[in-house]
Design a binder for this molecule. Sequence first.
Ligand SMILES: [Zn+2]
Length: 212
Amino acid sequence: MAHEHDHHDHDHDDHDHDHDDHDHGDDHDHDESPEARAEFERDLIRRHALAQVRQYPDVALRMKAKEVTEFDDDLVELAERMEHLMADAQGVGLAATQVGLLQRVFVFEHDEEGTKTVVNPSIVDRSGETETDSEGCLSLEGILVPVERNVKVTLEGLDASGGEVKLTLEGMNARVVQHELDHLDGILILDRTDDEHRKEALGLLRPQPALR
Ligand SMILES: [Zn+2]
């Protein structure tokens, strides 16, 4: 799942411009502040990561993943690779199907407890209360559509070493795991939104004719 960029923290507001005394004014101003450079580098890392995430309409995104039966080093490595990829792509969740692997594994960023891996996840309880909010997806770049989700869920599964995981989640955390669990069943936010937003999203996702 993609992160929404609505809060940028600029903590350099009171940064003094010291030692500007060798600015002769005759070289071109590239406007390369440390902040702009850092932003540029983050964007490069993000693009590189996104290139490794299957993009719609890749068939892997429509396939149902299989239960994991072997808890070996490969699984631990997969979880670590997915965690890094999610962070680099600035996402808050990533499912194995999004990297072309049909295994029931996802990673997500818990907003208080940090990154978590869940293997063979299942939602064992969900609130009757639902909430509709905008969702993005690392496999649907540039798309944000309203999706209705349960406000609270209880998620059970295993970690990459086979240890039991049981999480009671609310709000954003609950939304993210419902989104990622959908991925393991080949379900995308396009299937969960209303007709109007689906049509609009599909229009944006249609390959654009190349300009020559
Ligand atoms: Zn997604």
